[in-house]
Design a protein around this ligand. Sequence first.
Ligand code: SAH
Ligand code: SF4
Length: 345
Amino acid sequence: MKGILNFTNEQLISQFNCLKLAKFRSQQVIDWIYSKGVTSFLQMTSFNGQMQGLLSNNYYIYRPQIATISKSTDGSIKFLLKLDDGLTIETVFIPEGHRNTICVSTQVGCAVGCKFCNTGYNGFKRNLKAEEIIGQVLAIKDYVNSWNDKTKRISNVVFMGMGEPLYNWDNVNIALQNLKLGGEIQGLSSKRITLSTSGIIPVLEKIIPTLECNLAISLHAPNAITRSSIMPINDLYNIENLLPVCRIYNKLHPNKIITFEYLLLKGVNDDRVMAKQLIKLLHGIKCKVNLIQFNSWEGDSYVGCDEYTMQNFRKILVSSGINATIRHSKGQDIMAACGQLQSSN
Ligand code: SAH
Ligand code: SF4
């Protein structure tokens, strides 16, 4: 039995070719799975029994199991999803005006070990399969569609949940491609998908020429010493080598901007000197800076900045011509905000 969500459109065509099914059949199956959201081949009522049987004997359509649902007072909803091996991951639904964003996980845990991040603190268990990544989106869509409220259609997907997407690139790439399936009704354009990474340079270099979705880089510091003190990955993939890759991205994608995520930590990276260093570092890069409020978790060792310091930091950036915004996280009360996600086992 093969998980059909693990195949891209092209792979499915060649799969079906081996089963002696015509090419147009793959498009029909994709419509059933990604537009109509069916979870069994028997629900594909446009097929006869023989075809349904052939598909059921060869494939299954994966869904993670929703174990618990936590609702925040701000409208965001955190789902604890149980995988087939019993491990759990978290996925968050975030409604914001006309936008409804799903924040997906790419790994169970994370090996990068950023010191401010709860996911990193809890260590790494395993990579998610492509079907477990795309399955998060489909499971949340099932849930949201059951409300029968057209204003709650999923409009954006961000790869900002648990895990480092570039350490699981092959599976993330399949999920990225499959997010676009399902036509105008359910498929998402690359413009509405954002991938966030701590900056795994060799993988970034490999993928940026063909990367269609938006790119966010977790920078969090304007110099190597400060960055290494909060993100040990900087010892391996240094900020001094990361920024040139961002410049290459700009050249290859002249119509896009990079988002730099910058978590403001009290006494670590939040003063005027750091803001000035950041301005110098980003000089000439087409970008936007997202200043993030620290979300605390049990066992953390940092303190977030007050609103005044955040606004001040932003003003310094803005006065030098940098587009900077402050992101107040949603879902803090249910531990669903950035960096607060963890699996329960
Ligand atoms: N691993 C990827 C994507 C997931 S983390 C990455 O690091 O980019 C999504 C974002 O949340 C990252 O920018 C990350 O640095 C940030 N983050 C982690 N811990 C946080 C915390 N405690 N408070 C606020 N943001 C946090
Ligand atoms: Fe991993 Fe991202 Fe957390 Fe760092 S911030 S530990 S890369 S999930």
